[in-house]
Design a binder for this molecule. Structure first.
Ligand SMILES: NC(=O)c1ccc[n+]([C@@H]2O[C@H](COP(=O)([O-])OP(=O)(O)OC[C@H]3O[C@@H](n4cnc5c(N)ncnc54)[C@H](OP(=O)(O)O)[C@@H]3O)[C@@H](O)[C@H]2O)c1
Length: 339
């Protein structure tokens, strides 16, 4: 409703874009709930899990019924290429070492003429250039805003607000779980309790070592470097220091002196090469990331044309991952012809 009580009509360029959801866990379910709540113009025609079956219906699946816990009828997972869908939404679990099985799903979808939206950083960190090339070859889009920091605008920011600007350095907090652990440590909360909290909220990765040992952050730093700074890194190129009891002790000590220890990624150019690192770093109160506490995330971009640009997302939940996917879907649907 507009300022004078007049209804605002949102016009989408296409209705009923067909979606295949590969994966129906925390993120897939949050997206389903958001599709229902917003009545966004999408029609889910396929939905798959690993061990709870799958369902395919070219006329559209009743998400209310599925969310209520109905058994999915198909035992064998249908291959991506045969799904009656315009967009594959890939939300299966992360394998930081290979990017599989998501990488295979994304390749298959692009080859079959589908657009792709994913929250899974594995395939983008491992094979961004290949997937971008494949998408271009098949005249399709691959979008991955949710891989970085939920709905913190990163790639949409680049496309819409920073065209032509050269990004020379990026630093930031992109791991909710690690930031929560160090923030909790500063408040005297034990490491294990803070980790359990992140797991209970569905925010920690299924295997917490991905977060604590910095694999997750290294994958994100790789994506940022390759997509925004034209680098050609793999996650193993990112030097890592863990978020462990030692880092928690340092966070407690820093807090006693008015400081903060944050889990920081830093990407910069050195001798013409892009280098990236991750680890616990002490910040002063003047740092733009000082206030990015607990589950919050933030990034600082150093650019030539736009100067220093800072973005923050405070206290996101799994709904903010779903929202990032939804914004990617709306961008794609805006490019599709009307039926
Ligand atoms: N949770 C977050 O806050 C968050 C934030 C940003 C990005 N992400 C990314 O989003 C993705 C999904 O996360 P999540 O928290 O929703 O994970 P999740 O709760 O573990 O759900 C994963 C889903 O994928 C299904 N699955 C597993 N292997 C599959 C396969 N080979 N084919 C089809 N389906 C398969 C699982 O089936 P079963 O139920 O049968 O096991 C489950 O339904 C991950 O890549 C994660 O890194 C998550």
């Amino acid at each position: 409703v507009g300022p004078r009580g007049t209804p605002i009509k949102y016009k989408f360029s296409v209705t009923g874009v067909r979606l295949a959801l590969y994966g129906f866990g925390n993120v897939g379910r949050a997206l389903a709930r958001m599709l229902l709540a917003t009545r966004a113009p999408f029609n889910v025609t396929a939905l798959t899990t690993k061990s709870h079956g799958a369902v395919v219906d070219a006329n559209g699946i009743d998400l209310d019924t599925i969310l209520a816990g109905t058994d999915l009828p198909l035992r064998a997972l249908p291959p991506v290429a045969v799904l009656p869908a315009d967009v594959l939404v890939e939300v299966t679990p992360l394998d930081p070492l290979t990017g599989e099985p998501a990488l295979g799903h994304i390749r298959d979808a692009l080859r079959a003429g589908m657009h792709v939206v994913t929250a899974n950083k594995g395939p983008i960190a491992r094979a961004y250039r290949e997937l971008d090339g494949l998408a271009t070859k098949h005249d399709r889009m691959v979008r991955f805003e949710a891989t970085l920091a939920d709905c913190l605008p990163v790639f949409t920011l680049r496309r819409s607000a920073l065209p032509l600007a050269k990004i020379s350095a990026i630093r930031g907090i992109v791991s909710s779980t690690n930031n929560h652990i160090l923030s909790a440590a500063a408040a005297g909360i034990p490491f294990e309790d803070a980790l359990a909290d992140a797991q209970r909220l569905g925010i920690a990765e299924a295997d917490p070592r991905n977060d604590l040992e910095g694999h997750d952050a290294a994958a994100k730093a790789t994506i940022l470097a390759n997509v925004l700074m034209d680098a050609d890194l793999v996650p193993e190129d990112v030097s890592r220091e863990p978020i462990d009891e030692r880092a928690a002790t340092a966070a407690r000590a820093a807090a006693e002196n008015g400081g903060r220890v944050r889990p920081l990624i830093e990407i910069t150019r050195r001798d013409g090469k892009v280098v990236a690192s991750f680890g616990p770093r002490r910040l002063s109160p003047m740092d733009p990331l000082f206030a990015v506490d607990d589950f919050s995330m933030g990034l600082v971009f150093e650019t030539d044309l736009a100067g220093r640009v800072v973005v923050q997302l405070h206290d996101p939940h799994v709904d903010q991952v779903a929202y990032a996917i939804l914004t990617d879907l709306l961008e794609i649907s805006g490019t599709m012809p009307r039926p």
